[in-house]
Design a protein around this ligand. Structure first.
Ligand SMILES: *[C@@H]1O[C@H](CO)[C@@H](O)[C@H](O)[C@H]1NC(C)=O
Ligand SMILES: [Zn+2]
Length: 495
């Protein structure tokens, strides 16, 4: 996961190469510069150099690391930007942007490279808003999840000028990475019928790591290593912000809402409304069946069905809320378009990150103030049938729209606790839970209760229990799933 020191000579020689080619380009003068940002495509080597340069330039707020390698051995680099890079600060939410999982969809990759430079420069220039965002958020940027596919498409772009729409989409094994994640929707839809969880479902399947592409596996491992709260993944081919579910309840194309539908809609709107044209354009893209989306947002399965996609996987396997951004009609736009792309997206990119600071957040501890990991945070009134869990330090984040909520925390071996909290628009409400141990003899409790109680009734019951009118229940839903499944290795940090 860490940088290899022996990599340095290679970097230096690549830097020299880049300097030369930049020099030639500036003599020829066919590209545009702004704030020191070079609005050109970067192939893998050039990208690696630029990421190292940016990381070095802003070394007090960055860390460059990789999460694994592609089929052809290219490193999947992540640039972390935060005031204390390399450490999870208790209570500070983590955010990710993932681009270029389809190798021939190129603008997101460039936007993240530009965003890294922009955040670095503005932080240095003491831009208050950027400083505040970086100081209070741990931002992770993965500019390319599919570097092999990009190299193939980019070579075609350089030689022919146009990239066919499927050329370089898959990884080097020609697998579509946005169909390669575990499909958890079928399990969840089953649970909707029979009662059961809507979250952390990877625990209910036996994963065979060999069957995943290395790029997919790297992202899955990354998601278990970091307690991500919010993210987006970037594509090209249309202009719209797309939110879960991507897979419908049957095989037909139809609006497929999550329990967090209002929240997801708001998150998607945050991007589209701050984008220069996403919400307001009047013409569809020029291909068969293209349409104009109202306000520039759409439910995934209402548009077309994806199974094994990354955004549904985020929601159903982890605490992370992920949406999919389609950044333009052209999958591989011409280099001359990149500056305008950046200007179209810049505010939306920043505004969307700041959405990680809504809802409630806090700490779950026992009465001696020891953190409790994997405690279940459940919103029971108004009922939202999707739980999040605490990270390794006992901290949690539950994105919510403004309102008043009843929230119950369950943790194995502790009395559950319920509070009523107001949520405002622009900052999270902090709420800490201190849980009491259950008396020893009552730990063998009603195993099925938590799982089977409805969410609305659940809040009421939890409140009664709080005041001692009902018996205790003992375990969080997630922990009990572990018991049922028995022999599982893993889960160091949060799910
Ligand atoms: C961000 O943190 C840095 C380093 O601690 C500090 O110098 C700066 O004033 C902070 N900026 C804001 C806007 O909080
Ligand atoms: Zn795509």
């Amino acid at each position: 996961m860490q940088l290899v020191p022996g990599f340095l000579p290679l970097i230096v020689s690549l830097m020299l190469q880049t300097l030369c080619s930049n020099f030639l380009r500036s003599v020829v003068g066919q590209h545009e510069r702004d704030n020191g940002i070079d609005f050109v495509y970067h192939n893998y080597n050039e990208m690696v150099v630029l990421l190292h340069e940016t990381a070095w330039k802003c070394r007090s707020i960055t860390r460059l690391y990789d999460i694994g390698r592609s089929v052809q051995g290219r490193r999947l680099y992540v640039l972390e930007i935060s005031d204390n890079p390399g450490v999870h600060e208790v209570g500070e939410p983590e955010f990710k942007y993932v681009a270029n999982m389809h190798g021939n969809e190129a603008s997101g990759r460039q936007l993240l490279i530009f965003l890294a430079q922009y955040l670095c420069d503005e932080y240095t220039k003491k831009n208050k808003r950027i400083q505040k965002l970086v100081n209070n958020t741990r931002i992770h940027l993965l500019p390319t999840m599919n570097p092999d596919g990009f190299e193939m498409a980019y070579r075609r772009y350089v030689t022919v000028g146009r990239v066919p729409s499927m050329y370089g989409r898959g990884n080097a094994n020609d697998v579509d990475l946005n169909r390669d994640f575990p499909d958890l929707n079928d399990i969840m839809y089953q649970h909707e019928q029979t009662g059961g969880a809507n979250n952390h479902l990877l625990r209910t399947v036996r994963e065979n790591k060999e069957s995943r592409q290395p790029e997919t596996q790297a992202v899955m491992d990354w998601m278990t290593d970091y307690p991500f709260v919010l993210s987006a993944n970037m594509h090209d081919g249309d202009l719209v912000a797309n939110f879960p579910y991507d897979k419908s309840r049957n095989t037909r194309k139809m609006y497929s809402a999550t329990p967090d539908d209002n929240l997801f809609r708001e998150l998607a709107l945050t991007y589209s409304l701050h984008h220069r044209t996403m919400a307001t354009r009047t013409h569809p893209c020029r291909f068969q069946g293209a349409k104009v989306f109202r306000d520039g947002v759409t439910n995934g399965a209402d548009w077309y069905i994806v199974s094994g996609g990354m955004q549904d996987y985020n929601y159903l396997s982890s605490n992370c809320f992920d949406i999919t951004l389609e950044l333009g009609c052209d999958k591989f736009p011409r280099e001359e378009e990149l500056k305008r792309k950046w200007e179209d997206n810049r505010d939306a990119l920043i505004e969307y990150i700041s959405k990680v600071h809504i809802g409630i957040k806090g700490l779950v501890t026992d009465i001696e103030r020891n953190p409790i990991a994997n405690a279940v945070i459940r919103v029971t009134g108004p009922s939202i049938a999707h739980d999040v869990t605490t990270a390794a330090d006992g901290d949690f984040w539950r994105l919510l729209l403004p309102g008043v909520y009843t929230v119950t925390v369950h943790a194995r071996g502790y009395k559950p606790k319920t509070v009523v909290v107001p949520v405002r628009r622009y900052r999270p409400t902090k709420v800490n839970f201190i849980l009491k141990h259950l008396p020893k003899e009552s730990t063998g409790c009603k195993l099925r209760e938590l799982e089977e109680e409805g969410y609305i009734l659940g809040g009421f019951k939890a409140a009664l229990r709080q005041f001692g009118f009902l018996g205790e229940d003992c375990d969080g839903l997630v922990e009990r799933r572990e018991d049922v499944l028995g022999n599982r290795e893993d889960t160091t940090a949060s799910p």
